[in-house]
Ligand binder design. Structure first.
Ligand code: SAM
Length: 328
């Protein structure tokens, strides 16, 4: 159901872009599917299960950072007298953001929270949850791909802004996507605007692999759900048991990659798209990049895109950082 206060970033719906991106990805020489489509209803609930696994340190660690450093973080968001728009890109269920929203609201009431998510369902659920939990919060959700935000006209450029990009979502981007994303953020910000970006840091490869190649089979289920989604939404006939989940981690590049590998030569029909795709035996489909960073790389990304780093908020173990940048 559409929320009456919900605004859309682009003309193209999520389903239309899923359709175009699926055809493009599965027709390419090295097949791929885009991880931004993992989060349909089933995918979002599998992701919730993943975040509850003891081995999946990312959510818990970022939560620790926000809980223990919320005073400092919210103080740094409030500067001067101007009211702020607090934008969150890829907000999902906003569970960690609530920590910040509650405290910020105690300190200042004149801010508006603008969650941006490609999933309309995620936004609707978030709005109904927040209106129960934090009734006085002003909230104005935007549905669509945040890469379309700068051209959309939905953002008030004259308003002071703080932009949140949590959960190491940035780790899902290729180098050119990071470049485009940070260039767009710089364009969206006015002088003095701030952004808080969550980066998962390099650490023991064993710890990383346990989080992404879990023995409960949840990450496998999460990846296979993308194929199941194509079965549900486009009448595709993917046989999920004919694909194997495989994860690799390169400690030099920090690239964690997930694949689904076809266990046999097979043809998959996607009826409503009028498409068929041939998979050779052991042909991989690249599903997701979850890059790990080091502080020097994060600082170089900030500086090369015109931002200054104010502070890295890190956890006790130095596994994750929420890095606060400003447009000088
Ligand atoms: C891993 S969840 C993270 C949610 C939350 N930020 C957190 O830290 O727990 C990623 C969220 O980003 C959304 N998302 C991914 N790519 C997106 C895009 N290009 N535009 C808008 N939303 C996107 C997904 O729908 C999903 O809700």
């Amino acid at each position: 159901m559409q929320n009456k206060n919900e605004y859309f970033i682009a003309e193209m719906t999520e389903i239309q872009s899923l359709e175009a991106d699926t055809i493009k990805g599965l027709s390419s020489t090295h097949k791929y599917l885009l991880s931004k489509y993992f989060y349909d209803d089933a995918g979002s609930s599998i992701f919730q299960e993943i975040t509850r696994m003891p081995e999946y340190y990312l959510t818990k660690t970022e939560q620790e950072i926000l809980e223990t450093q919320k005073e400092h973080i919210t103080d740094s968001f409030i500067s001067g007298d101007s009211a702020i728009d607090l934008l969150e890109l890829g907000s999902g269920d906003g569970s960690k953001t609530k920590i910040i929203l509650k405290l910020l609201l105690q300190k200042r009431s004149d801010f508006k929270y603008i969650p941006v998510d490609i999933s309309s369902k995620a936004n609707c659920d978030l709005v109904s949850e927040l209106s129960k939990d934090i009734p006085s919060l002003k909230i104005s959700p935007l549905t669509g791909d945040f890469f379309g935000l700068t051209d959309s006209g939905n953002i008030n450029r004259n308003k002071r802004k703080v932009i949140l990009f949590l959960g190491s979502n940035i780790g899902n981007f290729t180098e050119p996507e990071i470049d485009l994303f940070l260039t767009q953020l710089f364009d969206l910000c006015r002088k003095g605007d701030k952004i808080l970006i969550g980066f998962d840091l390099k650490k023991s490869p064993e710890i990383i692999m346990k989080a992404y190649d879990d023995h409960y089979g949840l990450t496998r289920k999460f990846n296979l759900n993308h194929l199941a989604r194509l079965n549900r939404e486009f009448g595709a006939d993917f046989n999920l048991s004919a694909f194997e989940h495989h994860t690799t981690y390169n400690p030099v590049s920090g690239y964690l990659k997930s694949f689904l590998v076809s266990k046999e030569q097979q043809t998959v029909n996607i009826t409503s798209l009028g498409q068929r795709f041939v998979f050779s035996r052991w042909e991989p489909v690249f599903m997701e990049l979850s890059r790990k960073f080091d502080i020097a790389t994060i600082e170089s990304l900030a500086f090369s895109h015109g931002f200054s780093v104010i502070k890295h908020f890190t956890d006790q173990k130095n596994w994750f950082t929420d890095s606060l940048w400003i447009k000088p």
